[in-house]
Design a protein around this ligand. Structure first.
Ligand SMILES: Cc1ncc(COP(=O)(O)O)c(C=O)c1O
Length: 344
């Protein structure tokens, strides 16, 4: 790769998970049920649309989130972008949005990352968060799919989601709110899912918790996931995670944790229903997601009780999984699963 300069005017040592606008974004349009028109890069900035746009009135929109990294071999890579492309297709189909073909989706990611490569933090100091969105931008009054759509990809350099990598979360298992109904949109990245998670999150933070764990809406017998991360427990050297019943987002990181655990750590992995008691009784509990990567959960509170997990510290297995992720992404070990998609 030719040397990509790194911008000098960003404080790379103090990045947080917040928006730092980059140079450009990708935008493509789809009109009147025709094919997606070729997209182009434009300066990052505001977009204009009718106040009657479907996305603004009825939430006809989906999004994705993934990261690009600068590796120790001075390459720039995306992490498993084809998985996000496929998930975006599934999400779009459920919301009557014309899906963006996989090749076009990945090509758009590459174009934006290449044009903003100098915004990618130095290796080990963070990543370039890539946010594709597909919005119904056509006008509508009655509740129905619109006639035109916009596919847009913007990026932002980000650091850790939580201030310290040693952070252990304190979570509340909530039965005041549900995230996703059976046969609803919980298994997809529909934008409306996230607006509904703001109040539970806000109330949890006000009460001193970092986030909530949601129960299944049908009978509240099982844990599902957090507002934006999947849940894992380790018990007696078996890794357990709630099975994908349709109301849980099929996380790319979740899938990666499962593969690392099976193939590298030789652990048994079970995808099944997981009760609250199993979570409280676990040796280690952690959550996984693009934003949080792998984050330890050190304390869990329910309405009746609370439990300190793994002494309130990061357990050895959780730590090892996190290290393996970093090693693969930084290319300090062989990418045996072929997860890294070269940008340069
Ligand atoms: C509800 C929800 N669960 C889980 C995840 C983790 O998914 P991924 O690992 O693909 O980021 C996310 C983040 O995208 C999410 O929004």
């Amino acid at each position: 790769m030719e040397d990509i300069e790194i911008l000098q005017d960003i404080d790379w040592d103090n990045l947080t998970f917040s928006l730092t606008p980059a140079r450009s974004m990708y935008i493509a349009e789809q009109r009147d049920n025709n094919a997606w028109e070729p997209g182009k890069l434009v300066p990052f900035g505001n977009v204009s649309m009718s106040p009657a746009a479907g996305v603004l009135n009825y939430g006809q929109g989906v999004f994705e989130g993934l990261k690009a990294f600068r590796t120790s071999r001075d390459r720039i890579v995306l992490f498993r972008p084809e998985n996000n492309a496929v998930r975006a297709i599934d999400s779009a189909e459920r919301l009557c949005i014309p899906p963006v073909p996989k090749e076009m989706f990945v090509e758009a990611l590459l174009e934006v990352v290449r044009d903003n490569a100098d915004y990618i933090p130095p290796c080990g100091k963070g990543s370039l968060y890539v946010r594709p969105v597909i919005w119904g931008t056509g006008e509508v009054l009655g509740v129905k799919p619109v006639q035109s759509y916009t596919f847009l990809v913007f990026v932002s350099p980000v650091g850790n989601y939580f201030k310290s990598s040693e952070k252990c979360l304190h979570l509340k298992i909530t039965n005041k709110f549900h995230r996703a109904a059976p046969r609803g949109t919980g298994g997809l990245k529909a934008i409306g899912n996230y607006a509904a998670s703001l109040l539970p999150q806000k109330l949890a933070k006000k009460a001193g918790f970092d986030e909530v764990i949601y129960l299944n809406a049908a009978n509240e017998n099982f844990v599902e996931e957090l507002g934006s991360a999947n849940l894992f427990i380790l018990k007696d050297q078996t890794l357990v995670t709630p099975s994908l019943t349709g109301s849980i987002l099929p996380g790319v990181t979740r899938d990666s944790v499962i593969q690392i655990s099976k193939e590298i750590l030789n652990l048994e992995v079970q995808e099944k229903t997981v009760s609250v008691d199993e979570v409280l009784d676990a040796d280690e509990v952690f959550c996984s997601g693009t934003a949080v990567t792998v984050t330890s959960i050190g304390k869990i509170t329910t309405d009746e009780t609370f439990r300190i997990i793994s002494g309130g510290k990061i357990g050895p297995f959780t730590r090892r999984i996190g290290e393996i992720f970093s090693e693969i992404r930084n290319e300090t070990v062989n990418d045996q699963f072929k997860w890294l998609y070269p940008v340069f």
